[in-house]
Ligand binder design. Structure first.
Ligand code: NAP
Length: 863
């Protein structure tokens, strides 16, 4: 029985949910002096651990880590019994926590919040409970969990069945005895995989209906991991701090070993070690690139399949249990105890729904295309409407009467998964757009709760009444969340991370995959920048520092971080031969470049002697001839050669279906201005004259270049126009140098820290051209007459000192009547788009470049 209710009708904060999030939130907010009540439709604390009582329910994060870390005394007072705790033990822990901090007195059990609407005039949330009560609060916080709203059974006839029906997510508290019963389990996600072996122990007959086989590894449950216990006993604080700044919320040593380049021996050794360890983040981190690179991923996936085949006796069943339709890790992998072994029991049978789809649930069981099955009980382990479901299940209405459900109709939109525009003073704990389900939840929960508590405290201390993100900040974060997902393999899977498990749900990647560490830094950074992206208001004051917290592509940021750790000397401080040697050494470490049909080296006559060139012939179409692109590498007229831009040339060749002739023009300081420009023009003329011999289509000629190569490509176009030929169909200028003015804003914004610095650019200029020559049109094509030039595609990068001159060239070409396409390499540096096979986010930019090339030739792009 609930005690008589004493809920005040006006509170500082109302929290939904009394699980890990809600309990800690209540504790922190109360400590900070706020009046707060927690509401939960459950009869006690526990959240997910209150409801999910199915046999075998356990956490699959080790107990050393799936535990509160905020209070060392709490940690000392509680001892977990094993590596992976059972549901009853975790529930017992949360009850212990509730008692220890006297939390229950501020929790209203068996009461759900059904509606919340923002009263803009009163600056309060009006709430309605499912008992019909009304109350008001300043802050409304949903700590309702990411996997708390079960998916309704979306199988025809689900209502017809007259036998016993159970849902893993709503298991009877008194337990279920399946002894002697014929049982069906539908679903083979974590809940199914954990419960199936235990249900099989009781049932006389167990039939598992599997739609998608899942990757699962043995949990090897037992005592808590000795190494983690030792680290904790030696330095608890250090261990917890390491968790906060780890990728997944558990201290782990990340590897830099790539699956694609590791030897077979190393691959096997690393995989077996992770298999033996039996930890989720271990098997997800066998190789640094397994979440990004399909080849690396397949190495791990196949080794897991080998284990399944070695475990399951019947080859047909084993094959049906081997996941093949998604990359490992793109659907939540499972940890199990004897899951695959269970299929060796004579009374357990797997029905592969890919071969025999369910046609209907019937009064007595399940009909598939080929068979009618009768059961005494059906267990649905069919999952949840994840992340957004629990939030939109409440009718939340913000400013202007817009409901959250309406706002999120095409997918959730949040700032950091914490707040959403149009819903002031409304917070989510581990909401969509935060690491949440991809992390150790307890670490992510504590971080969110701490952030929210600090925010509310600051607001109170500084006299603010409302807080709300700005549209710019929210859109920027949403873009960053999707940018992070886009470089991973995750969006390829029909997973609940993508909303794909719920019919009609928009297909959007829901959590933030950039890591607990990166996420925490973003949250801390925006606070340090005066709550960047938030609008705070109070009587007589309004504060808003608008902006976007992360604008760089995530893989570009990683490359910059890695380079910073290497500590290379600035190139401009070195003698030229040393700078060239460093560049060659770096280039030698690149991953294999894309395949093309054929690569041949040759030489062409230049004004100062023969110029080496490398010709890339496409693999498709198999038969030539092909259009030709004459390409000039980057390197500030000083660095670079036929090898330096080899990956980019291969990529452009493969994507565009054109021959790429990369010309090694003369370099400074040995050959100063105008050597490079003259060579470029000579090379274009020679290739044009010899197109047929090179396998090209005469007259189908374009030029391309990156950086200084873009400079001489642009100059070659001007020279060709002035000389009356050759006819160039298009110019692809990637981050080109088009002027000698180093004072533009992009030099101020990006002059330092992004590889190409202002200092390096000055060094290039000094080596190549005398100051007196720097206005020459063969150096500064922006200053020339641009009318009559070939159609252009100009690529600019956000974090490039040359960004603004590129933009100026776009404008000038446009003004001169030249058809011009501008490709913005959003979040990229001067060099990152060229990093083929390293910076994955550069691929769509290169696809646009290739599309521009094929557009010059009037043909369709190939890839
Ligand atoms: P889930 O991973 O979404 O699995 C649901 C299963 O039901 C899938 O095999 C799914 O097949 C199947 N299914 C759904 N609708 C179906 C239909 N109409 N017909 C046939 N099959 C259908 O759900 P879950 O197992 O409850 O786990 C959800 C998440 O909760 C986990 O991924 C994990 O994050 C968390 N969890 C954690 C633990 C733990 O810590 N140990 C335990 C349980 C759950 P498809 O794959 O084809 O959709």
């Amino acid at each position: 029985m609930n005690p008589p209710r004493t809920v005040p009708d006006e509170l500082d904060a109302v929290v939904v949910g009394a699980g890990f999030s809600g309990l800690y939130l209540l504790h922190r907010l109360r400590q900070a002096g706020f009046s707060v009540k927690v509401f939960d439709s459950a009869g006690d604390v526990g959240g997910t651990w209150y409801w999910n009582r199915y046999p075998g329910a356990r956490c699959d994060i080790p107990t050393t880590d799936y535990t509160y870390g905020f209070d060392p005394e709490l940690e000392a007072a509680w001892t977990w019994s094993e590596k992976y705790a059972t549901q009853p033990e975790i529930l017992g822990y949360l009850r212990f926590v509730a008692d220890r901090y006297d939390l229950r007195r501020d929790i209203e059990f068996s009461t759900g919040i059904t509606a919340a609407s923002w009263d803009a005039a009163g600056k309060r949330w009006n709430l309605t409970t499912d008992r019909g009560e009304q109350l008001r609060c300043r802050h409304y916080i949903m700590a309702s969990g990411c996997l708390s709203l079960p998916k309704s059974p979306d199988i025809i006839g689900a209502g017809l069945y007259t036998g016993e029906v159970y849902y893993t997510s709503r298991w009877p508290h008194e337990g279920v005895d399946f002894t002697g019963k014929r049982v069906a389990v539908i679903g083979t996600g974590s809940s199914g995989i954990q419960s199936i072996p235990l249900i099989a122990e009781q049932a006389s007959q167990l039939t598992v209906f599997q739609r998608t086989p899942n990757f699962s590894i043995p949990a090897h449950n037992g005592p808590a991991p000795a190494d983690r216990l030792q680290r904790l006993s030696e330095d608890r604080d250090g261990y917890r701090e390491a968790a906060k700044y780890s990728r997944g919320g558990i201290p782990n040593e990340p590897t830099d070993i790539l699956g694609i380049t590791a030897s077979e021996e190393v691959r096997r050794e690393r995989f077996e070690a992770a298999w033996e360890q039996g930890e989720l983040f271990g098997i997800l981190g066998v190789f640094a690139d397994q979440g990004l690179n399909p080849i690396s991923n397949e190495i791990v996936a196949e080794m897991i399949r080998e284990k399944i085949r070695a475990t399951v006796n019947d080859p047909e069943t084993a094959e049906a249990l081997c996941p093949k339709d998604h990359y490992f890790g793109t659907k939540r992998p499972c940890l199990d105890t004897n899951y695959f072994q269970t299929y060796n029991l004579p009374h357990v049978r797997l029905v592969d729904l890919r071969k025999q789809p369910i046609t209907s649930i019937t009064e007595t069981g399940v009909d598939t295309a080929d068979e009618s099955h009768s059961f005494d009980a059906i267990v649905y382990a069919t999952g949840f409407d994840a992340m957004t479901g629990p939030v939109t299940a409440v009718d939340v209405t913000g400013t202007d009467g817009l409901s959250l459900k309406e706002k999120w109709v095409a997918g959730p939109s949040t700032y950091l998964g914490l707040m959403s525009v149009g819903f002031p003073n409304f917070f989510m704990i581990t909401g969509p757009g935060s690491p949440s389900v991809l992390s150790n939840m307890t670490v992510s929960i504590e971080q969110h709760v701490d952030w929210v508590t600090d925010c509310l405290t600051r607001m109170r201390d500084q006299g603010f009444e409302t807080i709300e993100p700005t549209e710019l900040a929210e859109a920027g974060w949403g873009q960053h969340v999707q940018d992070c997902a886009a470089i991973s393999l995750h969006p390829t899977a029909d997973s609940w991370y993508m909303g794909a498990n719920v019919p009609g749900k928009p297909r959007v990647f829901l959590p933030y995959i950039g890591g607990v560490d990166a996420y925490r830094r973003a949250c801390d950074d925006l606070v340090a920048q005066g709550y960047l992206g938030f609008r705070l208001s109070g009587p007589g004051r309004d504060e808003c520092r608008d902006g976007v917290i992360r604008t760089m592509q995530p893989d570009v940021a990683v490359v910059l971080e890695l380079l910073a750790t290497v500590g290379l000397p600035p190139l401009e401080t070195l003698p030229v031969p040393d700078a060239r040697a460093i560049m060659s050494a770096i280039n030698a470490t690149r991953p294999p470049s894309p395949e093309v049909g054929e690569v041949t080296d040759g030489a062409l006559p230049g004004p100062g002697g023969d110029l080496p060139y490398r010709l890339y012939r496409p693999a498709v179409p198999a038969e030539g001839p092909y259009p030709i692109v004459v390409y000039f590498h980057g390197g500030g007229w000083v660095l670079g050669d036929l090898d330096s831009d080899d990956p980019l040339c291969r990529d452009l060749c493969a994507r565009s279906g054109a021959i790429v002739v990369s010309v090694n023009y003369r370099h400074a300081p040995e050959d100063r201005f105008p050597a490079a420009a003259e060579d470029a023009f000579a090379a274009v003329r020679w290739v044009d004259a010899n197109a047929a011999d090179l396998g090209g289509i005469p007259g189908q000629l374009a030029v391309a270049g990156w950086s200084a190569g873009g400079n001489i490509a642009a100059v070659a176009c001007q020279l060709a126009r002035d000389a009356g030929g050759p006819r160039i169909l298009g110019q692809l200028l990637m981050h080109p140098v088009v002027d000698s003015d180093l004072t533009r804003q992009s030099y101020v914004d990006n002059g330092d820290g992004y590889i190409l610095t202002k200092g390096l650019m000055s060094w290039f200029w000094d080596h190549y051209a005398d100051p007196a020559d720097r206005g020459d049109l063969r150096l500064a094509p922006l200053r020339g007459d641009l009318a009559g030039l070939p159609p252009a595609c100009v690529v600019t990068a956000d974090f490039d000192p040359l960004r603004d001159e590129g933009l100026a060239y776009v404008d000038a070409l446009h003004a001169a009547g030249v058809p011009v396409r501008h490709v913005r390499a959003r979040g990229h540096t001067h060099t990152s788009v060229t990093m083929v096979g390293v910076v994955i986010s550069g691929a769509p930019v290169r696809a646009e470049m290739a599309e521009a090339l094929t557009g010059f030739f009037g043909v369709r792009t190939l890839a």
